[in-house]
Each structure stands twice: as C-alpha cells, then as structure tokens.
Design a protein around this ligand. Structure first.
Ligand SMILES: Cc1cc2nc3c(=O)[nH]c(=O)nc-3n(C[C@H](O)[C@H](O)[C@H](O)COP(=O)(O)OP(=O)(O)OC[C@H]3O[C@@H](n4cnc5c(N)ncnc54)[C@H](O)[C@@H]3O)c2cc1C
Ligand code: SF4
Length: 321
C-alpha cells in the first residue's frame, strides 16, 4: 500500500498506523530498486514527496543552515548559501550518481542510505543462487563466512561530511521530536547500520554556523560520472587566528559499515599549520585503522593504499582552498 501524507504530523501518524512492516520513501532512488530486487519488502510505503515543509532550506536561529530532509541533492548542490558556506556539503551532493538521480534523490535519503555489498546488491535470482546472505534471507556472510555480523559498506557521499562537520538531524515520530548528532546516527553493523528507531522520520539536517572552520570532501570511484564511492574522505579543521589548527576531524566513508572517524589522524594536524609533514603524518595515521573489506569495487589492498593518498589530498584542499 502507498500512503501520501502532506504534513510531517500525517506522515508519522501513518507510519505508526502501518506498524512494523513499513518504510518511508523520499526520492525512491534507493528504496524502489531495492524493492524490485526484494532486498526490502515493506507492505506499506509512506511517500514523503508531497510534504512541502520538508523541502525548505533556511538559515537557522544559531546562524547555521537547516536543510529539509526532502530537499533534492540537486537543490542542495545548487543552493547559493550551501555553495558559498558549505562547499563540502555541496560537493558531496553534486558527486552523487547522475543528474537524473540527483533531481529525484533527497539529502534525507542520502543520510539514511542502506549499506552496500557485492553479494547483496543483486537481483533476487542472483541472491537465491547463492542461498542469499545474512543481510537478507540467508544465514551466512559470504565476505567473512565465520563472522557473526554483516560487513556491508556505508556508501553515501553525504554521510562522512555530515559527521566531519559536526552536523545534526531532527527526527520525528508519534512520540515527539528529538535532535541527534550525525556522529551518533550510525552503527558499525551492515544490517543495523542506523541507531534510529524504525518509525523515526528524518525531518531536517542542521549544519553548524560557518564561523571560521573549513571542510573538504574527496571521493574515489571507478567512473567519475556515475558510481558509488569506494572511498570518501571528509576533512574539517578549525584554526586559530595565527593559522594553527585548533581542532580537526577526519572521517572515512566506504571503508566500514559506518562512517569511520579517525581521531589519530586529526590529532596529527592539531597544533600544525597544515605543513606537508603534518599532513603526511595524518595520512599515515588514517591508513593504519582503515580496513576495507572485499565486498565492493576494486581490490581492498588498493583501496586501503588510497586512504593515505586521499587523506593527503583532502587536507591539501584545506590549505589551498
Ligand atoms: C545507479 C545509482 C547510483 C547511485 N550513486 C550514488 C552515489 O554515488 N553516492 C550516494 O551517496 N548515493 C548514490 N546512490 C543512492 C541514492 O540515489 C542517493 O543516496 C539518494 O540521495 C537517496 O535518496 P532518496 O531520496 O532517493 O532515498 P530513498 O530511496 O527514498 O530512501 C533511502 C532510504 O532512506 C529512507 N528514508 C528516505 N528519506 C527518509 C526520511 N526523511 N526519514 C526516514 N527515512 C527516510 C528510506 O526508507 C530508505 O530506507 C545511487 C543510486 C543509484 C540507483
Ligand atoms: S557483508 Fe556479508 S552478510 Fe553483509 S551483505 Fe555482504 S555477504 Fe551479506
């Protein structure tokens, strides 16, 4: 069944009424293909595209920016304020997939994107031929057969940026609203990859006030015009008036089931002026804990090696603008 509410209140009521076997759909660029492949099989789908209040982008009371979860990736990437003050957010949105998908796909759907794996993102026939896997309908993980958990990969471009910026989101349900830091939204588990309750609606995405910090995002993929990331690096620094880095965050996407923050890499540049040796130390520190699994494009050894290089490049962007 398809339900099409026109307000947030109607949407959360519809979700509560539908019970456990329901999903929200925004642009549908991930959910509809997943349903076709029987990866997700909700009995009720609650469409969000008619909720006008969820598509707004406006300056927040604290000087930050509030982006409605229903804003399309294209709207986010093209918005003058996002481009001027949150270039990393605009860039992460504009490198998602293709123009058609960016017009349909929303920032909310991007932040809640399902994890991906070569053994899972396949047709029903393909998956049945290997007797499925632990993430859906099966018992075993084909990537790590003795593992008790799923290692499907966090593959959204927007997620590492949200965590690096210290952004937050507003979630709504019939129990009310709550605000959660993006860093607390994700779990390192390919199946239970979100910490939210299944009935929670992501209403808005809040970016902090642009008071002196800078951020960058760099994506690695096979085809520059199309593909999901096989590595994403988001870097954020806040500097003192003399140019010294006061605080930093470096977050890797597509190397684990969650956006992987690397505090050791951030520590390597705090106190520096982003000199070459400090950036090299941060890249080394990021390389060690990054442990991509063999379940997406390219070899895992090469993807791990590219962590070092892309962390260097993402930090160099903050030096050079
Ligand atoms: C060929 C192809 C290439 C792609 N390439 C990329 C890529 O390079 N990078 C990338 O990041 N993504 C990529 N995507 C994935 C997808 O297009 C985007 O991530 C998009 O932003 C998803 O948004 P959506 O609105 O279409 O999500 P939907 O498909 O509508 O929803 C995705 C998930 O989020 C849930 N959801 C959506 N909105 C809400 C909400 N407001 N509250 C609660 N739950 C919600 C849905 O229930 C579903 O589980 C690609 C998809 C395809 C088909
Ligand atoms: S990591 Fe394992 S359990 Fe998870 S989707 Fe891939 S094969 Fe399935």
């Amino acid at each position: 069944m398809l339900v099409e509410p026109r307000t947030v209140a109607e949407a959360v009521r519809a979700r509560a009424d539908a019970g456990g076997d329901a999903s929200y759909v925004a642009g549908g660029t991930d959910l509809w293909p997943n349903m076709k492949r029987r990866q997700q099989t909700p009995a009720t789908v609650i469409a969000l595209s008619r909720i006008k209040e969820m598509a707004e982008i406006r300056i927040a009371y604290d000087g930050g920016l509030t982006i409605g979860a229903g804003a399309s990736l294209e709207a986010v990437a093209r918005h003058p304020l996002v481009r001027a003050k949150y270039a990393a957010v605009a860039h992460a949105a504009e490198v998602v997939s293709t123009p058609t998908l960016r017009h349909m796909g929303t920032i909310g759907g991007n932040l809640l994107l399902d994890t991906r794996c070569n053994y899972y993102d396949q047709t029903e026939e393909w998956r049945s031929a290997i007797d499925y896997c632990m993430k859906k309908d099966g018992k075993i993980c084909w990537v790590a057969p003795s593992s008790p958990r799923c290692w499907a990969v966090q593959s959204s471009d927007g997620v590492p940026v949200a965590v690096a910026l210290g952004a937050s989101v507003t979630l709504a349900s019939v129990r009310g609203e709550r605000t959660v830091r993006a860093a607390d939204l994700y779990a390192n588990d390919g199946i239970a990859y979100l910490t939210t309750q299944p009935d929670e609606l992501l209403v808005a995405y809040h970016l902090p006030a642009p008071n002196g910090w800078r951020a960058s995002y760099l994506k690695l993929r096979r085809r520059g015009s199309f593909d999901f990331p096989v590595l994403g690096v988001a870097a954020w620094v806040s500097r003192a008036s003399d140019g010294t880095v006061k605080a930093a965050r470096i977050v890797l996407g597509a190397v684990a089931s969650h956006p992987q923050e690397i505090p050791e890499a951030a520590a390597a540049i705090v106190g520096s002026r982003l000199e070459v040796n400090a950036i090299a130390a941060a890249a080394d520190a990021a390389y060690r804990p990054a442990k991509p699994m063999d379940n997406t494009d390219y070899t895992l050894a090469w993807r791990k090696e590219m962590v070092r290089i892309h962390v260097q490049r993402a930090l160099a962007l903050l030096v050079n603008g």
